[in-house]
Design a binder for this molecule. Sequence first.
Ligand code: NDP
Length: 449
Amino acid sequence: MNDIMQIVMNRDPDEKEFHQAVHEVAESVKPVLEQHPEYRQARIMERIVEPERVIMFRVPWEDDQGEVRVNRGFRIEMNSAIGPYKGGLRFHPSVNLSILKFLAFEQVFKNALTTLPMGGGKGGSDFDPKGKSDAEVMRFCQSFMLELARHIGPDTDVPAGDIGVGAREIGFLFGMYKRIRNEFTGVLTGKSLGWGGSLIRPEATGYGAVYFAAEMLSTRHETLAGKTCLVSGSGNVAQYTCEKLIELGAKAVTLSDSSGYIYDEEGIDSSKLDFVMQLKNVRRGRIREYAEKYPQAIYKEVSLADDFNPLWDHPADCAFPSATQNEINGKDAQNLVNNGVYVISEGANMPSTPDAIDIFLDAGILYGLGKAANAGGVAVSGLEMSQNSQRLSWSREEVDGYLHRIMKSIHSTSLEAAERYGSPGNYVVGANCAGFVKVANAMLDQGLV
Ligand code: NDP
């Protein structure tokens, strides 16, 4: 484990998010490596931390004033042992190689947990869609795809959305791919319903995180009904997390964006959630406007650079971090535990720092890490790929049924692996070990490639 960390840190000393992700997996899979000398001999760990391919490219585009702009585009093709590379595209100014490598690395194990045949990848750009016109976003997406199209394909690498890449961006990207290749295929997921998208794909990550929380609670013979929940973010994952919480009788009391958060003690009901969806998806406004519309709610400005985030400092039962990586630090974790939170289901990728995870595990609360809890999104992306191949569309009930079964299976697989590898009830060990074993076995079978 020390050797692995040394290799990774020597090779890419500045990639701290990637180091963090590798460290968590390497720690978790120690018992697997002890029981399986064949993995050590085949240097599976050394191979799994090195992307199969990294693509970086210039993305020139013209803004509405006719000025030339230049961004950087990336695609990390991390591991294809169990299927074509699969993972989202993120458009956010913070995007760099470290963040995308951490996301691609996580994706490999997450995809393995879904039981669907998908390898792991991730990509994106440091382009910021915020404040850009639709025409600017379109020109950027077209320029981005002009290069990306050389590297992806329905049987090679199938990107989807992530932060900053929603239905609008997927539409522009797909249109350009189709024009370049002259083919209509399932090369991207998260497509709109009228042209190859799947029902439940927009809802899948949020719904899945709530299903995962329900499964964790069921181990204590409890349900989500009546539970008070803290939710961060106000994008795709946060919105559908709230929607499912409302449906199951729970009460979400917070939402946020990168400027601040709102706390509504009365709860965010369906009509307030409709307002948020309109605000964020159509008007592309800020969450502050929630408190202007519903004055009983409070709004506070927050920055990720602050010592702690007051969003995590309210009395509640459950927390659904659904914004970004490292949004819960050690102090936030302590606040959560002190406030009575005993269920964490991560919609975001790696939202908890290592300190925070230690606090959750020491406190013995139900901690569902992102790799397991937010796998519903990519699972339904996998189902979108199946529907595209069959040229069929499944019903809402059918897809939601699959999603629910997959989340239950990820939960039970993680619990069983945690037990088998000596850490009963520890979803971190369980999910990492189960995902790792599946990928490692495929790599062994396929030889040294
Ligand atoms: P969206 O772009 O739809 O929403 C992201 C939300 O998080 C926005 O409210 C955004 O605020 C906020 N946010 C983004 N960056 C920061 C930051 N640095 N500090 C504080 N807030 C921030 O993205 P998604 O909802 O799709 O993704 C949210 C998380 O879920 C990400 O971690 C993503 O990787 C993960 N995820 C998403 C999946 C999917 O299917 N979409 C699948 C699995 C995981 P603002 O509006 O100000 O930018």
